[in-house]
Design a protein. Structure first.
Length: 93
């Protein structure tokens, strides 16, 4: 399950970075910044931006083992994260 969430979160990072490059927006200096650039260019709205930024933070917890994983939270984030990534994909089409 952790691997599935990691992949969903990684997609939420990679897609904004690729889209910024494709549209020739400013070059993001961080994972968080690429998502903010999409918000600033009205590609995504503020609530989606906030959710994607949280997903990046959760991905970092998974990757670096900062904390013990709460599996009920993991399932909730995975369900919400999938919807958010679907919204992101629709926004950049």
């Amino acid at each position: 399950m952790q691997r599935a969430l990691f992949l969903v979160a990684q997609a939420a990072i990679d897609l904004p970075e690729a889209y910024c490059h494709l549209k020739e927006y400013q070059r993001p200096a961080s994972m968080h910044e690429s998502i903010a650039i999409l918000r600033d260019n009205d590609v995504i709205d503020e609530p989606l931006c906030a959710n994607l930024l949280k997903m990046v933070g959760f991905r970092n917890v998974l990757t670096h083992g900062y904390a013990k994983i709460d599996y009920s939270k993991l399932i909730a984030v995975l369900k919400t994260g999938l919807r958010d990534v679907e919204r992101l994909v629709r926004a950049v089409r």
